[in-house]
Design a protein around this ligand. Structure first.
Ligand SMILES: Cc1cc2nc3c(=O)[nH]c(=O)nc-3n(C[C@H](O)[C@H](O)[C@H](O)COP(=O)(O)OP(=O)(O)OC[C@H]3O[C@@H](n4cnc5c(N)ncnc54)[C@H](O)[C@@H]3O)c2cc1C
Length: 219
């Protein structure tokens, strides 16, 4: 997930492109709602960039939330209620994307996985993403409704047990969700290495709710 928003290619210093935001003078014309959104987005991206620069100069442990609060005050960002609410949306989205409170994220390391992010623009697959599934599943036997209870693995083979059935193979790729691994409902024999168990315990995940709304007309 790209935690910075908008199009990075079009970045310019915020005080040149959106003087309204940094001067703290709010626009009163609500027809400029879309402009507000862009301003809040640009301000948000700009502050993240400033926070990245600042961290190189800091020796002590500083949290991202703390630094953003300082920068918000220093630059007088999002002073009016509309801009503030959009700005807050970005901050909340950042917490969701990082599965953690900004007040608990390290300024130095919060985005250390960014270089491994998937780049490029979003795209639309004609015919829908559903086309990918049959193509990927071609000639792959898929057995539904088999809950794996035990995975016995050794150097040369693996035995996977579901209720009343045993599957054997040279190796198994286990892709059950983290929640399932945390619950311990799938037993590994041998037990997983301690390092993996510790990571399963430490890693967390976010909660995502999506609301679908169907309108009787297009707008
Ligand atoms: C509401 C919602 C909206 C999302 N929207 C997007 C989006 O727009 N774009 C996007 O990129 N991602 C989205 N995601 C995230 C995406 O769906 C997940 O990241 C992705 O599906 C994870 O794939 P996975 O194979 O790791 O796990 P899963 O898709 O969860 O697959 C794990 C499978 O393991 C099976 N399983 C579990 N336990 C056992 C067991 N003991 N034995 C056998 N099988 C078992 C489960 O039944 C499941 O089929 C969304 C997620 C949610 C919840």
């Amino acid at each position: 997930m790209n935690r910075r928003q908008g199009r990075p290619g079009s970045k310019q210093p915020l005080d040149q492109v959106y003087p309204v935001v940094f001067s703290g003078i709010s626009m009163k014309n609500r027809q400029h709602c879309f402009l507000h959104l862009l301003q809040a987005e640009a301000a948000y991206n700009e502050l993240l960039d400033k926070a990245s620069k600042v961290r190189q100069e800091l020796s002590q442990i500083v949290f991202l939330g703390e630094e953003l609060e300082t920068l918000i005050k220093d630059f007088g960002v999002a002073m009016d209620a509309d801009e503030m609410s959009m700005f807050n949306w970005h901050l909340t989205n950042l917490e969701y994307a990082n599965v953690g409170l900004l007040s608990q994220l390290s300024l130095a390391f919060w985005d250390q996985d960014d270089p491994y992010d998937m780049g490029g623009d979003h795209c639309f697959l004609s015919g829908g993403n559903g086309r990918l599934v049959p193509a990927l599943a071609e000639n792959v036997p898929i057995i539904f409704l088999k809950t794996v209870h035990v995975i016995r693995y050794g150097r040369d083979s693996v035995k996977v047990t579901t209720r009343g059935q045993l599957f054997e193979g040279d190796m198994a790729l286990c892709t059950v969700p983290l929640r399932v691994l945390k619950s311990g409902s799938t037993r590994f024999i041998l037990e997983l290495p301690q390092q993996k168990l510790d990571k399963i315990k430490r890693l967390d995940f976010g909660l995502l709710n999506k609301v679908a709304m169907l309108f009787p007309f297009m707008f």
